[in-house]
Design a protein around this ligand. Sequence first.
Ligand SMILES: NC(=O)c1ccc[n+]([C@@H]2O[C@H](COP(=O)([O-])OP(=O)(O)OC[C@H]3O[C@@H](n4cnc5c(N)ncnc54)[C@H](OP(=O)(O)O)[C@@H]3O)[C@@H](O)[C@H]2O)c1
Length: 327
Amino acid sequence: MPAFDATTTSEQVIKAFGQHAKARTFVITGASQPSIGSSMATTLARASPEHIVIVSRTPAKVEPVLAAIREGNPSVKATYVQADLSDHDSVRRAAGEVLQATASKIDVLINSAGNMALKEYTVDKQGIEMQLSANHVGHFLLTNLLVPALLAAADANKEYGSRVVNLCSLGYLISPFRFDDYNFSGGKTYDSWTGYGQAKTANILFSFGLTKRLKKHGVTSFAAHPGSNLDTQLGSHLTMDDYNSILEITKRNTGKDFVFDEPRFKSYAQIGATPLTAALDPEIAVKAPALLINSQITETAEHASNAEFVEKLWALSEKLVGQEFKY
Ligand SMILES: NC(=O)c1ccc[n+]([C@@H]2O[C@H](COP(=O)([O-])OP(=O)(O)OC[C@H]3O[C@@H](n4cnc5c(N)ncnc54)[C@H](OP(=O)(O)O)[C@@H]3O)[C@@H](O)[C@H]2O)c1
């Protein structure tokens, strides 16, 4: 792996690994302008992939991203598929559209959509807490419905295989997955950061579960913490005091100290670097599953990698989407 660090930009990652994106098909969720998904999509386009499919909620917010991809590199096919990840009917319809648009062959799926620290306890259409829903459960369903296309790409490109990157966060250290009370007792035990911590822990456990099932077929999965930034919409409803409350909540939940990223914030040019490394570096496939921070494979805390928790989350997620996925 090149000597990437906290200052590495998406453009530098594309310069190093762009040849592995050429002529391949990418699906990216959550790519409104501006977001980490949009920064990844527009930078990736410079490497001349065959097709970038954006799965996101609000058409008007994706239009400028599609235009930027086409302007930046007219040879790249850019497709938009509307989906609300918190609505399982919508996810199922969208998965069908993605399979059709990609002729059932996807080289890389980057699950970047998400929300963070919702102040009010909110549930989705199915009754699932909204951070768990949009960050994990919707992606669990979408990814599994797209697995046939990931398997087809892995089969066609045995040297590289295919990949699923789940955007997680250092915020996973705020809370383990609350198997006994994942829905916060209907809101009674809810706090916004614990909900985020649980959802981001789920992103990592899911990467481990996917890799365990699919690595033998050439599909690997990584979790990527992009670093924090203030340019995207994720924390636009929060104050610095809200962020600082993470310290107390983490201590209460886990007994441990939370340590913020250093440097505290990345720029918009840097924020896509780690997930793009996870998507494109050919040498890390053998090391999957793993968590990447600052474009480097990093040790994952026990609560997000424990084999029993990986399986418990897979079984719970199947229950929540009403479908089993066996490989
Ligand atoms: N930004 C950071 O500082 C930071 C730090 C650590 C980890 N992360 C992680 O990085 C990922 C991306 O964050 P970001 O900064 O790009 O966030 P963002 O600017 O808020 O963008 C989130 C994207 O997800 C979409 N989305 C949200 N809920 C959705 C739903 N129910 N269905 C479909 N799409 C939905 C949004 O669409 P709409 O615009 O239409 O709502 C938007 O395109 C998240 O997983 C986050 O946890 C971010």
